[in-house]
Design a protein around this ligand. Sequence first.
Ligand SMILES: NC(=O)c1ccc[n+]([C@@H]2O[C@H](COP(=O)([O-])OP(=O)(O)OC[C@H]3O[C@@H](n4cnc5c(N)ncnc54)[C@H](O)[C@@H]3O)[C@@H](O)[C@H]2O)c1
Length: 431
Amino acid sequence: MSSVGVVGLGYVGLPLVKAFVKAGCKVVGFDVDLRKIDKLSHGESYIQHMDSEWLKPSVESGQFMATGDMDRLGETDSVIICVPTPLNASRDPDLTYIENTARSIAKSLRRGQLVVLESTTYPGTTRDVVKPILDASGLKCGTDYYLAFSPEREDPGNRNFVTNSIPKVVGGMDKASLEKAVALYSQVIDKVVPVGSCEVAEAAKILENTYRSVNIAMVNELKLLFMKLGIDIWEVIDAAKTKPFGFQAFYPGPGLGGHCIPIDPFYLTWLARCHEMPTRFIELAGEINTSMPQFVVDRTTDALNSVSKSVRGSKIGILGVAYKKDIDDPRESPSFKLMELLEERGAILSYSDPHIPKIPFMRSFDVQPLSSEPLTSVYLESLDCVIIATDHTAFDYRLIVNKSPLVIDTRNATAQVVKEFAGAAGKVWKA
Ligand SMILES: NC(=O)c1ccc[n+]([C@@H]2O[C@H](COP(=O)([O-])OP(=O)(O)OC[C@H]3O[C@@H](n4cnc5c(N)ncnc54)[C@H](O)[C@@H]3O)[C@@H](O)[C@H]2O)c1
């Protein structure tokens, strides 16, 4: 079994470490966040939906080691890069994490080593950004060292798929690099899908995420139209998805969240701009999706108005600040945009989320560092209104509907309760 280095022990890197550990590989995990290194070195996972069972024995036996010492990057047969790829302040790709990592790898790159980029990025990054940095080591790609791109397809919290069972697309910088990368992943992934180049693999990932963004925008727009027509969009989607071919269900919501869907399509937009080409689908989808929190705030204003209350001075509870159900990841969550908009209008805010005990500091949102309230009758009755922003399984929707004076449901989470509870219809507003 080969030895593997994983750089960036986040939502993508850590499941990958687990897969390689389970396959019997020796794994060294690298990160710049020393708190994560410390926790992992004590055999504790810091990601809620990832168990620690596999960690402790692998740390104790020395099969897995987490470190911040980048000088050790030359120790393993392969190095996989899973660092963040955010947008900068002007919404252009911020490749500094990739560049810094590539520089660290170049310092200790040795003959025979394989480097794979997994971070989501625009087509051309592996060739035009990573390769020149590694080439500066003096080693030659394809003969001395090997370079590939393989996009991560992690879906945090989805119990139907684990790293091993999700087919993995791999593109190599050359034939030898592709062969090495396919051999690496074949140790842990059931189905490896080799493609003709790094660019094809990079573009495939952006296509997947753009496809989601565009389709979510479409149902978000249709939600607004159907609402005006008195038609329930969720019932429509349930009906449409009975078609066994040619249709895939996407659902409306309060806006996009997470590290991928709101960000990745704009990597392609940036590249298209460099080639003087517009990406109208991506821009339009972005426009519609980012307008959703405002729509939810407008519905909340209308709902409060219907009981002679204003947003200013109303106590509003946001239920769920994770960007999707049953996970502990708040990145880019639309709940924070909702909070910003409501706070600007004078609402008195609180939130409840069993997966996020405290709102962390975030660069892109200006929200108070609140702590999660327990979801009790007393809490719900103390509010003027709740907004269901994330449909966590742990929420008791019967309690929410029974005890809250007004419910704004952005996820259709109360549909069943509304059917069963005669008094619910008047106080539950879909949004
Ligand atoms: N989260 C997902 O569901 C998901 C799915 C598919 C693809 N991706 C992509 O995978 C990449 C990583 O995403 P993530 O969600 O795991 O991010 P993350 O923030 O959870 O993890 C990234 C880790 O990299 C570390 N890091 C940053 N700079 C570093 C450096 N120079 N050296 C070593 N470590 C460094 C950070 O401390 C962090 O622990 C991104 O490109 C993202 O778009 C994410």
